[in-house]
Design a protein around this ligand. Sequence first.
Ligand code: TXA
Ligand code: MG
Length: 323
Amino acid sequence: MNFSSIGKDINKAKSILERNGLVAIPTETVYGLAANALNPKAVEKIFLAKNRPNFNPLIIHLSNFETIEKYVQNIPENAKKLAEAFSPGPITFLFMKKSTVPNIVTAGKDTVAVRIPNHPLTLELLSQLNFPLAAPSANPFGYISPTSAQHVENQLSGKVDYILDGGNCSVGLESTIIDFTSEEPIILRLGGLSVEAIESVVGKLEVQINIEKNPSVPGQLKSHYAPKKTLIIGEIEDLIVKYSGKSIGILSFDRFYPEIIEENQVILSKSGDLEEAAQNLFTGLRFLDEKEIDLILTEKFPEEGLGRAINDRISRAAVEQKK
Ligand code: TXA
Ligand code: MG
């Protein structure tokens, strides 16, 4: 197929997936690029379409937590508690896998990442399928994740058979990943469910997100989630002065900068709400990335709630530019 089509037709999505095609699916976090997780040929198409290295494992998506027993070995009590509290939702669980999960999905690892996405269209689709969906974020490898059907179309048109349009993603950041394969659970990726929310259910957890030498989650690589433009983080007021010779775009948390033209500014949340800022983050970055500007200036967000995950994403995107 040379062009993708966008629509809300669950039956069409279902029949493409049953024929081992690729469908972009809406979730509350970001759009996923989905295929039948139990069919290695279908899964291989995901890696090709995204230009994703084959050592980078995929998350499998299911319609309910009960069915994951077919695919994973023992589920610790803490995982059950978190699932009870937050699933469906922006949380991914890492467990030891069963042999029912093809090796290509997990990049040969003996662990598998699973999640129940909280989006009505995708939950309905998953409940009608008799296999789980393997799905990474529906962006070319290394670029910003898509939070609308249009974002997917802009970058993967021609590489995906259908885009199921579920509107704008309500959370806007990828899921929080928690590793349950060792004694104590470990947060491997900050994401759409805050550390505070998780700790309110299971107590203090270790957060291990910056292992660069041998990352067990490639999303931990520093160069990730990057726009094409140079992104600089700091005090925006000072950066405006420092880069006064350049054409500047601004991605700000909650305020407007009168020195810079309005069209080149994105305010993520006028009321200073971190959830709203997260929801708008990737759309704002993409918008500025398409502008005729030299630089994007942004700032450090409050290190609390979803601010931590926002800081994680912008700092990886900024570091990429310094190479
Ligand atoms: O919100 C999300 O999680 C979205 C939506 C589509 O569900 N998906 C997503 O997938 O962000 P992806 O592939 O872009 O990021 C998944 C991350 C990757 O960094 C991958 O390395 C890690 O999860 N991962 C998957 N399986 C793993 C495994 N078995 N062991 C360690 N890391 C794993
Ligand atoms: Mg991704």
